[in-house]
Write a protein that binds this ligand. Structure first.
Ligand code: NDP
Length: 447
């Protein structure tokens, strides 16, 4: 339920951003949490902080023409939404997926403001992407697309302005092509302009692993707070991309047994535990499909096409594919079959109905803003190393990531306690992330 004042702000968001349903959902979730904060801080309402936070500082939409290997010309649409720079340069990834439109980019950019704030690091919120579908495209085609995309984007970004990174469909390869084109156009080796770079040209150790590892660390903290651990727990991870693979790796190292993962075509169940080397070989080296995992792993593994991985029972769930993948029905079934903790590796993977069910059932529910913040936090560490022309070891960086995740967990718990909602990480994350941005906006005047 929304407080009366917030309800009218939300109605205004609906009116001003028609059809952008994912953005509406993301705004509503934050507004539902921050009502009690306005009671304690009337200055936020007086300065219209919420109204200002819901309106991006700048939205850029551009044409991306490119030619495929046969010479045929294609036209995609590119986006960059620079949402809020009160805490630092806009920071957030680029998503290349056919489902991308302004509403998706705005939901991701809006979430990013609070996530980045929660890390305690000096980064604002932004997000971008394109409706380009990299699937089935040759490396040359992907390169030409990235070059065309950057030929427009370069004029809007910079290490003190806006710093993109990867997201769905944008990994190390794409970041390399994007940075290469930026460098060529500007004649500047400005490492801090993009994160997720390769280690040979200014990337940071652990950045590739950071979102998945960070999510596992966050769940570890939630389990510890309940007097338990990953040890021996049955875990399901959705997706088999960057976040999923490294979530699986860290969960296995922490003693959990990951029995299922998925892609957009279906899922595999492997009772002996996912064979990570085989998964990496298929998904990262061969850029293949998950179905191949089942074919190569042996008779005990089945590929289940066209169904949701959330029908596989688990004690810990780590949704790491895409938005709104866990419905209310999935959540009810998961609670019934013994799920005790959920750590969102993806952004907004649980529907509002699903979240309600988990919270009411007392499941430890770590929302993406907190649980997957390790990725952007490590990006900020990459920026820090680029600025000081330094590079840290894997061990040092992983330790720093673990501390950051512990710290985020601790602040979510303390804030939820302070506002009389013990154990509610959604409220804790939203309120804590919001307060820091709101205070900075107050200090900066009417921006
Ligand atoms: P990848 O592109 O590496 O992997 C995405 C995975 O999710 C693939 O297995 C893909 O399957 C699956 N997937 C994507 N879209 C859909 C869909 N519509 N339906 C079903 N499955 C789908 O992306 P990432 O691992 O980087 O990102 C995953 C999630 O994590 C996203 O929500 C992203 O916003 C979030 N995130 C990522 C961060 C990062 O550092 N990369 C940081 C914080 C959050 P298929 O290959 O079949 O498409």
């Amino acid at each position: 339920m929304l407080h009366e004042k917030l309800s009218s702000i939300y109605d205004n968001v609906l009116r001003r951003n028609p059809g952008e349903i994912e953005f509406h959902q993301a705004v509503r979730e934050v507004l539902e949490s921050v009502g009690p904060v306005l009671g304690k801080h009337p200055e936020y309402a007086e300065s219209k902080i919420i109204e200002r936070i819901c309106e991006p500082e700048r939205q850029i939409i551009f044409r991306v023409p490119w030619a495929d290997d046969s010479g045929e010309v294609h036209i995609n649409r590119g986006f960059r939404v620079e949402f809020n720079s009160a805490l630092g340069p806009y920071k957030g990834g680029l998503r290349f997926h056919p489902s991308v439109y302004l509403g998706i980019v705005k939901f991701l950019g809006f979430e990013q403001i609070f996530k980045n704030s929660l890390t305690g690091l000096p980064i604002g919120g932004g997000k971008g992407g394109s409706d380009f579908d990299p699937k089935g495209r040759s490396e040359r085609e992907v390169m030409r697309f990235c070059q065309s995309f950057m030929t427009e984007l370069y004029r809007h970004i910079g290490e003190y302005t806006d710093v993109p990174a990867g997201d769905i469909g944008v990994g190390g390869r794409e970041v390399g092509f994007l940075f290469g084109q930026y460098k060529r156009i500007t004649n500047r080796f400005e490492s801090g302009v993009i994160t997720g770079k390769g280690l040979s040209y200014g990337g940071a150790q652990v950045r590739t692993e950071a979102t998945g590892y960070g999510c596992a660390f966050f769940v570890e903290e939630m389990l510890r707070a309940r007097g338990t651990s990953f040890d021996g727990k049955t875990v399901v991870v959705s997706g088999s991309g960057n976040v999923a693979v490294y979530a699986i790796e860290k969960v296995e190292q922490l003693g959990g047994r990951v029995v299922a993962c998925s892609d957009s075509a279906g899922y595999v169940v492997d009772d002996k535990g996912i064979d990570l080397e085989l998964l990496k070989q298929i998904k990262q080296v061969e850029r293949g499909r998950l179905e191949t995992y089942a074919a190569r792993r042996g008779d005990h593994v089945a590929f289940v096409p066209g169904r949701s991985v959330w029908e596989v029972p688990c004690e810990v769930a780590m949704p790491s594919a895409t938005q709104n993948e866990i419905t209310g029905r999935d959540a009810a079934k998961m609670v019934e079959t013994g799920c005790v903790a959920v750590g969102e590796g993806a952004n907004m993977p649980t529907t509002p109905e699903g979240i309600k069910i988990f919270l009411e059932a007392g499941v430890a529910f770590g929302p993406g803003k907190a649980a997957n913040a390790g990725g952007v936090a490590t990006s900020a560490l990459e920026m820090q190393q680029n600025a000081s022309r330094d590079s840290w070891t894997f061990e040092t960086t992983e330790l720093r990531l673990r501390e950051i995740m512990r710290d985020i967990h601790g602040r979510c718990v303390e804030t939820a306690d302070e506002y009389g909602m013990p154990g509610n990480y959604v409220a804790g994350a939203n309120i804590d992330g919001f307060r820091r941005v709101a205070d900075a906006m107050l200090s900066l005047g009417l921006i």
